[in-house]
Design a protein around this ligand. Sequence first.
Ligand code: UDP
Length: 243
Amino acid sequence: MIEKKEMIYEGKAKKVYKTDDPDYLIVSYKDDATAFNGEKKGTIEGKGAINNSMSNIIFQMLEEHGIPTHYIEQISETDTLVRAVNILPLEVIIRNVAAGSFSKRYGVEEGTPLAKTVLEFSYKDDELGDPLINDDHILALKLATFEDLDTVRGYAFMVNDALKEFFLEKGLKLIDFKIEFGKCIAGDEDDEPGDIILADEISPDTCRLWDAVTNEKMDKDRFRRDLGNLEQTYKEVMERIRK
Ligand code: UDP
């Protein structure tokens, strides 16, 4: 039985623990919710367990689509064993429909379909407020290499294709989402050390999901915008995904 050792990181929604094996970590999901770079705080009861299970279902589905992920095994309602990676300091955002900061930045009404799927990078730095960053900035700051960006971009579009279809079958439109990648510390049967794999989570905290019929928001925007029914909405998304 693999056990949690020292906590090495506590983020807004998750804690990360060492295990006996340096190649594996345990991620523990919390019910805490934050928005606007930590300015707004709250809890959504049951969110930790829901995001843990949902992320794991999605990561297994993505593995079947040929996308390598950090997922190994769920070990409790809120905890999962994952491969240890060095996270690239980039938030990779994919947008299918205008919403959120994109709508604000370019003055486009939320819900406007985009003529092209958009990939954006943000520099993961809380003090700077995760600023938008482009390929040249990333290379100039040595945050990743040209090859890393090529790999990340390829996987991100593969994730989008698989996720869009997966959610649509559950009656949910995938408006946009954020993913993170890391370089694995140890190899396995498929990867060498240093290979890029999908890490972090995919959940209603990190995706915008709208009901395919009513366009009702079924994601963290309910928290960000005080739309209510938080617990029920997360539960409903989980129930649809389990089907
Ligand atoms: N997102 C996220 N974490 C962040 C920023 C964004 O998971 O720190 C997700 C967000 O849930 C949405 C997508 O990335 O699905 C695009 O977010 P956007 O840039 O519109 O920012 P926001 O409106 O959340 O500030």
